[in-house]
Design a protein around this ligand. Structure first.
Ligand SMILES: CC(C)(COP(=O)(O)OP(=O)(O)OC[C@H]1O[C@@H](n2cnc3c(N)ncnc32)[C@H](O)[C@@H]1OP(=O)(O)O)[C@@H](O)C(=O)NCCC(=O)NCCS
Length: 176
């Protein structure tokens, strides 16, 4: 467990499923709703962020979730998962940073950096040497943040939101 001033950063527990679902829905809407059709948003949210789905992911040993708390509220989370990286991600022991979200009032306040440090440490603890992610090519703030953390653009991939196919940049970071 890591304390950063008033923040607590820790691995998520099964009991977090409900609150994680609320945070995941809110941050996903905040990030993408203005750029996407409501029906595509609704399909994606229903398929991925229900409390039940979060509970299943928390119980999945191929995944790891790190959360940030302030004043007993969840204000950010990151998820790691094993899986098949795209060809553009080279190296061995690759782990995907599949979600990385900080609640809007906490943007630009160092929370994201603290969460990234803890998440990279958790990835290394799990034996990863390369952390990779997909980020929507129009998410300039996300891309700028990942660059600041040392991630490099290594290629592209397609992301499907409802019936919409979108272009993601793929970024990778060597750990350690
Ligand atoms: C991505 C995210 C985690 C970054 O956290 P943050 O606290 O906002 O990050 P920071 O403020 O430390 O860094 C963002 C950088 O982008 C820059 N930036 C801000 N707005 C920008 C914009 N519209 N276009 C380009 N760069 C921008 C900032 O200046 C900053 O760089 P600097 O510190 O060198 O000035 C956070 O914004 C977030 O949760 N966004 C919504 C969810 C999201 O997009 N997640 C990524 C999904 S893959």
């Amino acid at each position: 467990m890591t304390m950063v001033r008033e923040l607590t950063i820790r691995s998520a527990a099964a009991a977090d499923a409900e609150r994680l679902s609320e945070l995941a829905v809110r941050t996903f809407r905040d990030t993408y709703a203005e750029h996407n059709r409501p029906e595509n948003m609704a399909r994606y949210l229903a398929a991925h962020f229900s409390p039940r789905h979060q509970a299943e992911e928390l119980a999945d040993s191929a995944m790891a979730t790190v959360v940030v708390e302030a004043e007993h509220q969840l204000i950010g989370y990151a998820q790691l998962r094993t899986g098949n990286p795209p060809k553009c991600v080279s190296g061995t022991d690759r782990l995907e940073l599949s979600r990385f979200y900080v609640d809007r009032p906490w943007h630009g306040r160092g929370v994201a950096q603290a969460l990234m440090n803890a998440t990279a440490a958790e990835a290394a603890r799990r034996g990863a040497r390369t952390l990779w992610l997909g980020v929507w090519e129009r998410n300039s703030r996300g891309i700028a943040f990942y660059r600041k953390c040392g991630f490099a653009d290594v290629g592209g991939q397609t992301f499907v939101l409802g019936s919409d196919r979108q272009d993601d940049r793929v970024m990778a970071l060597a750990l350690g």
